[in-house]
Design a protein around this ligand. Structure first.
Ligand SMILES: O=C(O)CCC(=O)C(=O)O
Length: 489
């Protein structure tokens, strides 16, 4: 059994990088194999829960509400409510299995100034947290109002807390406390299994948090968890994407009164709690784990848990916020990065100071290809993503407005560069061989651009349809392409 688990584990590591088509095929196969049977899963009251956690989910750590400073709870919970009251939490339009769909949960990204987070083909642009080091203020103190700033600052404080707490927490902290406060007597489970020591050493460098909010009372339909019968899911099974390998994820969970006035802390009626479901990826032998959360509880996914396992969020009765702190892989995801790429491309453009006319400095195919690649990157990874989704946050925070306008100006210059490139290809005075090479380079770049533009046109249409199906008007949530990009040549 152990050998089989190990074998599963190494296979699973590879599997988390599977393509969408491959995942779909495997999901279908798994459901077929299962038929009507469900895979067992354990909760705290079940015999073997502790052993299962130790043996198959050792990267999961629970930090109970009562062990966090009360003031931190107060500030974070007030911040989450402020962000929601201001309307900052919005459902994302993401791409799942070649379709554009709205997430069931409403979201917002906060983080280091200029950072973005890309998931399910969607780039989110971080509202900067306003920390004491002044990162959020560097671009001007008035990118958002004082309430917003205070809210962002509280989430930055939580982030700082997690940065030091996550690597420090000992694995054995996680269960004893849990079982004591839950009043659950651990069933006889044989010998206890020492957990491998945590591998995180220095502080975790969380650079963004993705906030989630959902009030189940207002949801018409939530999907049933299909493999274990765990109940209704607010977020389906997934690995968190686009993170630094082996980096931890830390989550703060806050359940509160729903808008209908139901439930909430202290409500007399027994309410069902939100839970986190965990499973070993693509494994039908290891039982799943369902961990109930009290309001204010935090959980950490450490070591390689996020890549070897999948998690889902199982809805309880109350409305719930979560703040999910991540170490996003940002080597190509910061404003600083894309600005430096623009500078590289524009270095090949000369402007006559007298006439303002432009010319290309080098016509070397490699240089031209490099510039066209950057042109595509700015347009498809940044501008279209921003005008499509990110712009909706400008109502609350103007931090991205100026930089994105500058990126658009740079993009327009790159359009000019493409036109100059075309003129050079058309110039019959050019030597035949180099002209042919330039023509091939240009053709490849333009074909690629055309395909991407078609993808975005399709995305806009399917976004309209998704919004229609949800009874929303696209545009009211800011899901609009910017005019200069909406009908590209
Ligand atoms: O809300 C949570 O506890 C986790 C949410 C989650 O899995 C996600 O945002 O990717």
């Amino acid at each position: 059994m152990r050998a089989r688990r190990r074998e599963h584990k190494s296979r699973n590591m590879k599997r988390s990088g599977d393509s969408e088509g491959e995942k779909r095929r495997k999901r279908r196969k798994l459901l077929q194999v299962l038929g009507d049977t469900k895979i067992p899963f354990l909760g705290p009251a079940d015999v073997g829960f502790q052993h299962l956690w130790d043996s198959s989910y050792s990267g999961l750590v629970l930090r109970q509400s009562c062990s966090l400073p009360a003031e931190l709870h107060g500030r974070v919970q007030a911040a989450l409510c402020t962000l929601r009251t201001k309307g900052c939490l919005l459902r994302d339009l993401v791409r799942v299995r070649d379709r554009d769909v709205f997430t069931a949960v409403s979201r917002a990204l906060l983080g280091h100034p200029g950072h973005t987070y890309r998931y399910l083909d969607t780039r989110l642009f971080a509202i900067p947290w306003h920390n004491e080091e002044g990162g959020g203020e560097a671009r001007g103190p008035h990118c958002c109002d004082p309430d917003m700033r205070a809210a962002c600052q509280a989430l930055w404080e939580l982030n700082s807390f997690f940065c030091t707490d996550v690597p420090r927490r000992e694995p054995e902290d996680r269960l004893d406390l849990f079982l004591k406060t839950e009043g659950v007597t651990p069933a006889a489970e044989g010998s206890s299994h020492p957990s491998p020591p945590g591998r995180c050493t220095g502080p975790a460098q969380f650079n963004v948090t993705l906030l989630n909010y959902m009030d189940p009372a207002t949801m018409r339909h939530l999907k049933e968890e299909p493999y274990y019968g765990m109940g209704k899911m607010a977020v389906g099974w997934h690995h968190d994407e686009n993170l630094i390998a082996q980096s931890p994820v830390a989550v703060y969970s806050y359940s509160c009164h729903s808008d209908t006035g139901e439930g909430g802390e202290g409500a007399s009626k027994e309410v069902s709690r939100w839970r986190i479901g965990l499973k070993v990826a693509w494994d039908i032998y290891t039982p799943g784990l369902a961990l109930p959360l009290q309001s204010g509880d935090c959980y950490y996914m450490r070591d390689d848990l996020n890549s070897t396992h999948q998690h889902c969020v199982l809805a309880g009765d109350n409305a719930r916020f979560s703040s999910t702190h991540r170490v996003a892989e940002c080597s190509k995801g910061t404003l600083e990065y894309i600005q430096s790429r623009c500078t590289e491309a524009l270095a090949n453009l000369a402007t006559d100071p007298e006439t303002g006319s432009h010319s290309l400095l080098s016509l070397l195919p490699l240089t031209l290809k490099h510039c066209e690649d950057i042109h595509n990157e700015v347009e498809f990874e940044w501008l279209r993503q921003y005008w499509f989704q990110g712009q909706r946050y400008t109502r609350f925070c103007s931090w991205w407005s100026g930089p994105m306008e500058q990126l658009e100006r740079d993009w327009k210059l790159m359009e000019t560069m493409t036109m100059l490139f075309l003129s050079a290809v058309e110039d019959e005075g050019q030597a035949g061989e180099s002209r042919r090479e330039m023509a091939e380079t240009l053709l490849a770049a333009l074909t690629n651009r055309q395909q991407h533009r078609q993808t975005w046109r399709d995305r806009a249409t399917s976004a309209d349809m998704a919004a229609g199906a949800e009874g929303q008007q696209r545009g009211s949530g800011g899901l609009q392409l910017h005019s200069s990009l909406s009908c590209p040549a």
